[in-house]
Design a protein. Structure first.
Length: 306
């Protein structure tokens, strides 16, 4: 029996996980500012490979059979697809936007991801869109336009490249959500995420094997460690365990702490100037994504007979 005290505690920890994800983007921006040799490709490679190995080691200690999982060919291919087409764009394209713009814009644009999930389900599963879904989609579109133009519709305030990679990272959020659904019903999320991260990291190393000349300074490696630990390992465990005590819809609402922390951090640490239209656009996108989690109230059953 889950007590109210436990619910409050794990809701706080889930919110903390979202704050950590937002803050990790600030450490990534700090890395990119140190040297042009530190690229989104390199940071994605080291983050995913290192995190994947650590998660699989933890899964092994917890006797969740990470090796046996990959002996099932169907599950193995789904997990690899999850890594390459889900985790890879979520990580790599996000870091590209962080490097070209900032963590705030990157995180907010990723919040468009649930609308790609909604569109996919509407077309493939003939899922009927509710009125609130349509209104939320319109609000999200307006929010992205305001962010992209600062409210001046005759020019872009962010580059087309930032908008392009940001929306691709949002598509990654959708594939990241949809691909592993079936496997997660049978396999530990720790194992699925560990192999997914490792698969995506190895894929990037095959595509781009050249290693850049990274400045060997404590600042660099502390930032890298922060991206891995604060941005991957700790929040993943907090969010996964919190779902045992709080509803998934509650966890989704707490996601709003991620763009909030990234935006406040960008303003305080990197001097990001947010115009009123930027704030309005950010709020519209976040509220629109949260609105998708509003479930209709069930009508009470009646005992009336014909």
């Amino acid at each position: 029996m889950v007590t109210q005290k436990q619910r409050r505690l794990w809701a706080f920890l889930a919110a903390l996980a979202c704050v950590m994800w937002g803050i990790s983007g600030l450490f990534a921006k700090s890395l990119f500012n140190i040297s042009s040799d530190i690229t989104p490709m390199w940071l994605s490679q080291i983050r995913m490979v290192t995190s994947g190995i650590i998660l699989l080691i933890i899964a092994g200690f917890l006797k969740q059979k990470p090796i046996a999982t990959m002996k099932n060919k169907h599950d193995a291919w789904v997990i690899i697809a999850y890594g390459v087409f889900g985790l890879l764009p979520v990580q790599l394209f996000y870091f590209i936007v962080v490097k070209q713009a900032n963590a705030s814009i990157a995180t907010i644009l990723q919040f468009v991801g649930p609308f790609f999930v909604m569109a996919y389900l509407a077309f493939t599963h003939k899922q009927v869109m509710r009125r609130i879904d349509v209104i939320a989609a319109i609000c999200a579109f307006i929010g992205v336009v305001l962010l992209a133009t600062h409210g001046h519709f005759n020019h872009f305030a962010i580059t087309p490249s930032v908008l392009f990679w940001g929306l691709l990272s949002a598509v990654g959020v959708a594939t990241n959500t949809l691909i592993p659904i079936g496997v997660l019903k049978r396999v530990s999320s720790l194992v699925v995420t560990g192999w997914g991260l490792l698969s995506a990291g190895i894929c990037l190393m095959i595509v781009h094997p050249q290693m850049p000349h990274i400045p060997n300074t404590p600042h660099v490696w502390l930032d890298v460690a922060a991206v891995i630990i604060i941005g991957t390992l700790i929040p993943f465990q907090l969010m996964t365990n919190s779902l045992r005590f709080i509803k998934a819809s509650t966890a989704s609402l707490l996601d709003a702490f991620e763009p909030f922390s990234a935006t406040v951090g960008s303003v305080l640490c990197f001097g990001l100037v947010m115009t009123p239209m930027d704030w309005i656009g950010s709020i519209l996108v976040v509220l629109a994504a949260m609105a998708l989690n509003i479930a209709p109230k069930k009508k009470p059953k009646t005992n009336a007979h014909r």
